[in-house]
Design a protein. Structure first.
Length: 407
């Protein structure tokens, strides 16, 4: 039953909780020498590209080519955590990577990774149980970080002053944090018992926003093409899309503007993560069945649950944890997610079969986060580390550093 589902993303790590108890700023040696990676003669002899040049080059030369997926290698392993790493996320420009998990610390890795030494800062949060989500506050220079977790708390941690505080405590586990593009400084955070809360960091208020009733809530995402639209995934294979402007008046049912339904092949199937593409689609990671892509522009038929499903993607198992993420990559041409066998599995959007797999954890991979401007990928899972994946150089079999991006 749903109430019997695993309530943590891995085994208990209480015996390791003291390993990062004190606040510290450390220097981490990387595993291999660094050198700039020049994708082609386009960048030969140049140390930096502008953001515009970088995006253009990646779109034209990299993002459509499976070579850049099939030839990634493990480049770095940052083993500074005291337990399972449940969540990772880049900041908006890819200069920092945030991580947290069972040891209750927030760790901020300072990039780029193209130097022989990479610093990180670890701060103990106010949580008392596993952390599931992390998000930096805007206009804080990434020094203020929100987290939520298995204790039901929403916490705010200052990475500079090392202060941390409880902002809210829900009646059940808090699972996801979603920044709102239409309201900078505002965040949705979700609780497993079916509630969505709105936190406004500008005026420091938290209000109940939406309830899905009797259902448990697992996935939430915002539409990059319509910042007023969010998608919600629950303890079934149904995904509902909502206009957040209608919620205050019309509550849950009245705010639904669209829904998609994956025909379930398993009685315990539910949504563990949702991502919008930039092509009016949603990519859904299901527990107990295959991930699936839905085209929202296709006509919906209540008689055919598959009417908007483009395809499902085979080759991975997702049963043992309930928060496995799914990622869109390379201009939405490729998708990736972790699985129960410790692999990251990659698909091309047009094929149901994997094009590549890499072993990324001894047990289970929960998080896969592509870098916002380069082909690099971060991953995390039951292992007590964060891993960075990069394309290998053919000449010396050493993986490249992250792309220098001029700001």
């Amino acid at each position: 039953s749903m109430t019997e589902r695993q309530s943590t993303t891995g085994s208990s790590s209480s015996e390791n909780m003291d390993s990062l108890e004190s606040v510290e700023e450390m220097v981490v040696k990387t595993t291999k020498p660094r050198k700039p990676f020049l994708y082609a003669s386009f960048v030969e002899g140049r140390e930096t590209l502008t953001v515009r040049e970088n995006k253009t080059f990646l779109r034209e030369k990299v993002y459509s080519d499976p070579f850049f997926i099939k030839n990634i290698r493990l480049e770095d392993r940052f083993s500074v955590h005291g337990g399972c790493v449940n969540i990772i996320d880049w900041n908006h420009d890819g200069t920092r990577l945030f991580a947290s998990g069972d040891d209750l610390n927030v760790v901020v890795y300072n990039t780029p990774w193209d130097q022989e030494m990479c610093t990180h800062t670890a701060v103990r949060t106010a949580h008392t149980h596993n952390v599931f989500a992390v998000a930096p506050l805007p206009r804080s220079n990434d020094s203020l970080v929100l987290t939520c977790g298995a204790d039901g708390k929403l916490c705010l941690t200052n990475m500079e002053t090392k202060e941390t505080e409880d902002l809210y405590e829900a009646d059940s586990m808090t699972l996801k944090i979603l920044p709102l593009p239409s309201m900078p400084g505002c965040f949705f955070f979700t609780s497993r018992d079916g509630n969505v809360f709105l936190y406004d960091s500008r005026i420091k208020t938290i209000e109940p926003f939406l309830s899905v009733g009797e259902n448990e809530l697992y996935g939430i995402a915002s539409n990059p093409s319509d910042p007023n639209q969010i998608a919600i995934g629950r303890d079934n294979p149904v995904i509902t899309l909502h206009d957040i402007r209608k919620v205050a008046v019309e509550k849950f049912e009245g705010s639904i503007v669209h829904s998609v339904n994956s025909p379930s092949t398993h009685h315990d199937a539910f949504v563990s993560d949702i991502k919008f593409t930039h092509r009016n689609e949603i990519l859904v990671n299901f527990s107990c069945q295959d991930p699936a892509l839905f085209d929202l522009s296709l006509p919906f038929s209540s008689y055919d649950p598959r009417s908007q499903m483009v395809r499902s993607y085979e080759g991975r198992k997702n049963v043992q944890t309930f928060l496995k993420e799914i990622a869109t990559m390379h201009d939405d041409n490729f998708f990736a997610t972790g699985c129960d066998s410790g692999k990251i599995v990659f698909w091309h959007r047009d094929s149901p079969y994997p094009i590549h797999m890499v072993f990324a954890d001894q047990m289970i991979v929960n998080g896969v986060k592509p870098h916002p401007f380069t082909p690099d990928i971060a991953s995390c899972g039951i292992d007590s580390d964060v891993k960075i994946w990069r394309l290998a150089n053919d000449d010396d079999d050493q993986s490249p550093s992250i792309f220098h991006v001029a700001t």
